[in-house]
Design a protein around this ligand. Structure first.
Ligand code: PBG
Length: 340
């Protein structure tokens, strides 16, 4: 067979893909258990775990099963735990969020007592799980989310979470000025030690669908007046600038895979570590497709997590964190070695 004539010798990048050893030598990114953060749900008054049907393998924990699953995840070396509370009763101002006896604060206190400083204990700092209208903030008389009234509630919520033992608070409500307001409240109370993981670029996304079941959300409308428009990339950088100026210690992009471009831009511009959140809908898609035998579950999971690292994430929040940390700790089987 005669090859077409080239202007010069063919460049052959395939030389670096010839053997597993050669591929390992030139691999740019890997996964470690400590890169992964496990989001967990704890339900008030529950006597047994409740499976979240749209997220096979994910449950609303009782306090005791939360402790067991958290301890296991920490033993596997995950980088941290992000806690969400599912309260029994809700009201207009989300009272359960600031009550030291509210489910999220009780769970934080219990985990801090059990785990001490052996992991980074994180708390979702948002009112949506606790409000009867399901919005992330306080509503004004017209039913709109009132930014500044919400900041007052966030400040109190931050103090309650710090008091309960959280190391790192994750404000996820997308209110303007939330990082500054919370930092000021913490510092004023002498809690300069508590760090802030800002949900910096958080989009109004359909990929949060299964999460609404996971936290028994009461929301009937949408969050488009505070979460970002999926069509926009530029404003993520504006949000980043504000969060950095206001005192964010880490910043996050959410959802994950559909927003890798945003992640990459944020990672390039950020002076602080950047995380990404592989959200409930991303998890549900992988589970549904693999349950049908349409994709190889384990490879898809690892490939998706590695993609976040490649795009610039230091940490990845993922419902697979504990499982994958276990795989990594035990040594990956031969067919998955390329991922770690
Ligand atoms: C708000 C919050 C949400 C998620 C994390 N924090 C829901 C929302 O903004 O509507 C979604 C996480 C997921 O889908 O996995 N407290």
């Amino acid at each position: 067979m005669t090859l077409p004539t080239f202007p010069g010798p063919i460049d052959r990048p395939r030389r670096l893909r010839t053997t597993a050893a050669m591929r390992a030598l030139v691999r740019e990114h890997t996964l470690r258990p400590a890169d992964l953060v496990l989001p967990m749900f704890v339900r008030e008054g529950a006597s047994e775990n409740r499976p979240v049907s749209s997220m096979p393998g994910v449950v609303q924990h009782t306090m005791d099963s939360l402790v067991r699953a958290a301890t296991e995840a920490v033993e596997r070396g995950v980088g941290g735990l992000m806690l969400f509370g599912v309260p029994e009763t809700k009201d207009a101002i989300g009272s359960g969020a600031t009550d030291p006896k509210g489910i999220l604060n009780l769970a934080l206190a219990r985990l801090r007592a059990e785990l001490g400083d052996s992991t980074v204990l994180m708390a979702d700092l948002c009112l949506d799980e606790f409000t009867d209208h399901g919005h992330c903030g306080m509503l004004d008389d017209a039913g709109q989310v009132d930014n500044d009234a919400t900041l007052v509630r966030y400040r109190d919520m931050a103090l309650a979470q710090a008091e309960a033992g959280a190391h790192l608070l994750g404000p996820s409500g997308m209110m303007d000025g939330q990082i500054a307001a919370i930092r000021d409240a913490l510092d004023g109370a002498g809690r300069t030690d508590v760090a802030l993981y800002a949900y910096t670029a958080k989009y109004a996304s359909a990929f949060y669908g299964p999460f609404r079941e996971a936290v028994d959300s009461s929301l009937t409308g949408d969050r488009r007046s505070y979460q970002q428009d999926p069509a926009n990339g530029r404003e993520a950088l504006r949000e980043l600038e504000l969060d950095i100026a206001e005192g964010a210690d880490l910043v996050m992009v959410k959802p994950g895979l559909p927003y890798l471009d945003v992640l990459k831009d944020v990672a390039a511009a950020s002076p602080v570590p950047v995380g990404a959140y592989q959200v409930s809908g991303e998890y549900a898609m992988i589970e549904a497709a693999s349950a049908n035998g349409w994709i190889d579950r384990d490879r898809t999971v690892l490939e998706s997590l590695l993609a976040f690292r490649r795009a610039g994430a230091s940490t990845v929040l993922t419902y697979y964190a504990s499982e994958v940390a276990g795989w990594l700790q035990g040594g990956l089987p031969e067919h998955l070695r390329e991922f770690a």
